[in-house]
Structure formats: C-alpha cells, structure tokens
Ligand binder design. Structure first.
Ligand SMILES: Nc1ccn([C@@H]2O[C@H](COP(=O)(O)O)[C@@H](O)[C@H]2O)c(=O)n1
Length: 575
C-alpha cells in the first residue's frame, strides 16, 4: 500500500538562499528536490503532490527591489510544478500586486490555482469575478486517489479595493461549496493561507464532516509563520510549513486506497487504517541530498540549475548585495526581550524613529510617533546591511501620516490601548493582533531557550541528527526550530538547540521634541499608515472624534526608505 505525500512551502519571495546555512537552498534546489522525489515516488507507486499556501510576494529584494515589483519573481515561481496553490494576504495589500496575481500567477498555475473565497474586480467592467476556480477535483496518477481540493484565505480585511475576500462562514453556505462537499471522493484537501487553529478551518472541518463523516481530510495552513501540526479527528489533520522558505513541510497519508483505479472498492476498504505523518525539513542541500540519496554532483537537475542561475542573474541585475552599511551587532525581533539592548524594536524606537519621524516643517513640534511591531519582519545580523536586507526587514510601502494638535492626555493614552488590544478593537473588526509579527497569533507566551548554542557540525548520514558535533556523546547542536505540535516533538527533520522567542508589544512609541520641564498641551500624533484604523478607533475611545479626512501625510518617503537612509548615514563604515 503506497502513501500519498505532500510537500508544502511558505516563502515571501525568499527564492534565493536563506540567511542561514541551515535554510540555504534556493528555489532551483527545491525544483531539483521535487523532481527527484517525484521520480522516486513514481517508481515506488506513491503519489507526490506539491502545495503552496500563499504569501509568495513581499519580504525579499528579489520581489521588492524591482520596478515594477516582482519583475523577475513571477517567471521564477512558475518553474515549480505545484499541484494546489492559493492566495495569501500579501498578494492583496496593493492593487497592482493583486492584478499581477490575477494576470500572471493564476494563468501560470492554470487549473491548480484555487480561490474558494476570493474574487477579483475586473478594472474594465467593474465586475466581481472569481480570482481563480473555486475548487479542483482530480485523480492521482499512481494510486488513483480521487481528491477534491479547496484553496482559502483567512477572513482578511486589509486588501486593496480590487479584490473581495468572502468570510469563510459565508462561503460555506454557497451552493457550489455545498455541492462540492457532497461529491464522492477519497480525500478532501483544504489548502489555505489560514492558521490551523483558527475559526476558519474549524468551520470548514465542521461543514465537510456534516456531509462526509468518514472521508479523510488533509488541511494545509499558513499565515502565522510557524511549523505546526493539528488533529481535527482521527481522519482529519492539518500541517503548516513555517515561513520564508525555511521549511519544506512533508505530510504523508498512508492507507488510502483510491477508487480511481478500482471503482468496485467499498468505502470502508478505501480508508481502513490510515496513518498521518508530518516532518519539517530544513530547506538546505544537506537535507535534500539526504532525502534523495544523491550528492552534490548527482542531485541537481538541469531544470533546477537553470532556475538557480536565473535567480543569481536577477539578483545581480537588482544589485541586491550592494551594502548600505555595516550593522555593529545582531538585533533581534523576537529572540531578545523588548525593551533591551539587543532588541530590534528598541533600536528602532530609540535610535531610528526619533530621526526619521520628523517632518522638516514641524521639527520642533512635540510629537508622539507610533509604529506597529509587525512592520518589522526579521532580525538584523551583525555585518553588511544590503539592499536585500532592507526589504527582508521591512518590505512595506507604508508612509508616516499624522494628526495635528492632538490633546496630549488623549495621545499618550493611545499606546497602552493599542498594546492591550482590548474589546475596543473587537467591535471595530480590526483585531489588534494584526499589528504584531504574525508568529504571535500562534505563540502565546515567551519561549526561553534552555540550552546555549555551540559549534555546528554536519553529519549527512544521520536523519534527525543533521547538525551534530563529531566527538562528544552529547550532541552539540546549532540553534533552529524545535517544534512541539499535536504529533509530539519528533517533527523536525534536523535536531537543533532551542531558540528563545519573546513576545513583543503590538506597537512602539518614540517621543520627539518634547518639552523638558512640563507636558505639552497638544502634540503631533505621527503613525505608519497601516495602523490608521486602529489609531482612529482608539482615539474615539479616548473621546477624540477624528476621522480619515483629518489625517494628513507627514513624510512622502516610505518607512523602509527612511530606515535605509538612516543606515547609510549611521552605519557607514565597511565591514
Ligand atoms: N503595510 C503593512 C502590511 C502588513 N504589516 C504587518 O504584517 C503582518 C502580516 O504578515 P504576514 O506575513 O503574515 O502576512 C500584519 O499583520 C502586520 O503586522 C504591516 O506592518 N504593514
């Protein structure tokens, strides 16, 4: 009896090498890996399917540094042969990005791209049309497993006005969905840019089970950037493959006997004893060589090599390795507590924002400047700070806006309100958790590493022991993911020492040009545009009834450009 296997990824345009050796394979390597593993699966009579759960864009120079954005990336993405693919929130923040998704990615993955709860507004006619087909029904080639797949996005509300995200609860009531879940299939596959524990997947699970009490369901999640595995019932599981092309999530279902090749099989025979297994593979060549049984010479396929060289020529064309300056030390987004000397947010709040959140014509006006912590997406490592690093840290095109002459007593109440994330935001449907890094949706308390990292050594022959020291009984591990999920603690393909994760506040605030001896009557309230809905809601709570038309542009440059300018100015020296 063969297994049905899946590989899933989440990448944010991290198509070139990751920042660490442990996550350093590129999109071309992943193509070689998939091609090699598919061949192996074919030989052994198994089926191997590739899944992509969205957020392919923003967060890396390869996408963000070109004009138009994504000039090189769409042609690189499309080279992977993906079986089921859907949209993430990042594809929808900007209307030009949604248009590229509709005009490029959807046709590039024709028949595989699913948009179960997403519509596109045709710019010519104004018509609201499905972004892509709602579902896909297909039969796997080796085992004849009849699959019905959906592709969802969580109940996202921050999209530009050329798309429409339908809440999952409403989609479930639609005729096409109700008909689809009544189809006679061997397996439902629900992929989505949706957290595994969120209300959307709970509702979808309930809806499918209301019609099919026994059909296996495999969910693939995304959005919250973590490795995760969840059990919904004995025949329904979900897996999520981390973030930024660091992880290839592997999921295997053993025991489904497809009716596609034998129609006379009875239902109870097709799903007699099932087993669901997951593994989180670090995205590096060591792991790829290990799993394919190949080596440096035999592993890469021609196709994979061509894509790797396309990535390198694109990176060169964009000058992504050009250095703006030299970071004097590591600054951590979640690996150091906030506030602290090693916290990236403390650095931003105390050193950067007080310099960049100043408008030349209002520079002496007392100012409170607020930025959400989710505006920062990654750590800064000691050493060269490049064009690429800039977009890895902060890819957004957010600008500083401001409200003039806000009473100080109300303005200073704002930060605690934004950080407490209380009922004031639930009512306004702008959950305050969206202000912070997405990891915090799923990680609810600090994780403090118990062991200290030590020197790395790679043992290519040892599964789950990839980075070990050679000559001691106790392995010396390098830091990395140490996942605990519904399957226990054996999901990580490579053993690592634990990394700390400290939760950070939703927002940080810098007080600028404040009088020394007394509080000001009024201040300029400066904030990044992304947080405007939360700021206006919280201000109303303090009794200040501002609306959108009161908000003015404070600086024309993006936060990202201003931050890069600060680095050029303050970290000038060579590394
Ligand atoms: N202009 C923006 C857009 C988004 N954010 C932050 O990113 C988070 C979403 O990240 P994912 O990778 O999971 O989609 C969002 O919740 C915001 O915190 C931002 O700061 N500015």
């Amino acid at each position: 009896m063969g297994a049905t296997e899946f590989y899933a990824d989440n990448r944010h345009a991290w198509l070139a090498c990751g920042t660490f050796a442990r996550y350093s394979a590129d999109w071309g390597d992943y193509i070689s890996f998939a091609e090699r593993m598919r061949k192996k699966a074919d030989k052994e009579g198994r089926d191997l399917l590739l899944i992509d759960t969205g957020d392919r864009i923003e967060g890396n120079g390869l996408y963000d540094a070109s004009d138009p954005k994504g000039k090189y990336t769409y042609d690189i993405f499309k080279e992977q042969d993906i079986d089921v693919i859907c949209t993430g929130n990042h594809e929808l923040y900007q209307s030009d990005a949604s248009t590229r998704e509709y005009t490029q990615t959807v046709p590039n993955f024709k028949g595989k791209y699913l948009a179960s709860n997403l519509d596109y507004i045709d710019p010519q006619t104004g018509d609201q049309i499905p972004m892509a087909q709602r579902y896909r029904k297909f039969t796997t080639k080796n085992q004849g497993i009849r699959i019905l797949a959906f592709g969802f996005l969580f109940d996202f509300t921050g999209n530009a006005n050329n798309t429409k995200v339908q809440p999952v609860e409403n989609t479930i009531k639609e005729k096409w969905f109700q008909e689809a879940i009544r189809e006679d299939v061997d397996l439902f596959v629900v992929i989505g840019h949706v957290t595994l524990e969120g209300p959307e997947y709970k509702a979808l699970f309930k809806a499918i089970r209301s019609q099919k009490w026994d059909t296996p369901i495999q969910f693939f999640g995304g959005h919250s950037h973590i490795r995760d595995f969840v059990k919904y019932d004995s025949k329904a599981y979900g897996v999520q493959a981390g973030r930024y092309m660091e992880t290839i999530g592997w999921m295997s279902i053993d025991g489904i006997q497809g009716k596609g090749k034998n129609k006379d099989r009875k239902d109870h025979e097709t799903r007699a004893s099932l087993s669901f297994n997951r593994r989180y593979i670090d995205n590096n060549l060591f792991g790829y060589h290990y799993h394919t049984g190949l080596n440096e010479t035999t592993f890469p396929t021609e196709h994979g090599k061509n894509v790797s060289s396309l990535i390198q020529t694109s990176r060169k064309a964009l000058n992504l390795d050009h250095s703006y300056g030299c970071a004097p030390k590591d600054l951590w987004l979640n690996r150091a507590p906030y506030p602290s000397n090693d916290s990236l947010l403390t650095w931003l709040e105390t050193e950067v924002i007080p310099v960049i959140a100043i408008s030349p014509d209002r520079k002496d006006v007392p100012t409170l400047a607020i930025t959400n912590s989710g505006a920062m997406r990654f750590d800064i490592f000691k050493g060269a700070f490049t064009i690429d690093t800039t977009y890895i840290i902060s890819p957004f095109v957010s600008k500083f806006l401001f409200l003039k002459d806000v009473p100080y007593k109300s303005a200073k109440a704002l930060l605690p309100l934004l950080n407490s994330g209380g009922p004031v935001f639930e009512a306004a449907e702008s959950k305050a958790q969206h202000l912070a890094p997405p990891e915090q949706i799923s990680i609810h308390s600090d994780i403090i590493a118990t062991s200290l990292p030590s020197k790395p050594f790679f043992d290519p022959l040892s599964p789950q022991h990839t980075f070990l020291s050679s000559n001691s009984d106790e392995p010396d591990l390098i830091p990395g993911y140490t996942t605990k999920d519904a399957g226990g603690t054996d999901g990580d393909d490579t053993l690592h020492s634990q990394i700390s994760f400290y939760r950070v506040p939703n927002c940080i605030q810098s007080a600028i040009s404040m009088p020394e001896d007394e509080d000001p009557e009024v201040v300029d309230l400066v904030f990044v545009d992304f947080i405007q809905p939360w700021v206006l809601t919280a201000l109303q709570f303090t009794g200040e009834m501002y609306n959108k038309s009161d908000v003015k542009v404070y600086r024309e440059e993006t936060l990202t450009d201003l931050m890069a300018a600060w680095i050029k100015e303050n970290w000038q020296h060579d590394c």
